[in-house]
Design a protein around this ligand. Structure first.
Ligand code: ZN
Length: 49
């Protein structure tokens, strides 16, 4: 995958616990964090911030 910040083909996906991080190997930036188990997050839906 090409990094949208530096344009290099340096993106990797790193699974960690219930999330997947998309990381640029050149700069160490985390471009996105994806939760894999959305059901576990639904308990937060009705919380007021
Ligand atoms: Zn990059």
């Amino acid at each position: 995958m090409d990094c949208t910040n530096c344009g290099k083909n340096s993106l990797i996906q790193v699974p960690e616990f219930e999330k997947t991080y998309t990381v640029c190997l050149d700069y160490g930036e985390v471009l996105s964090i994806k939760f894999e188990n959305l059901d576990k997050l639904k308990k937060y839906k009705n919380h007021k911030n």
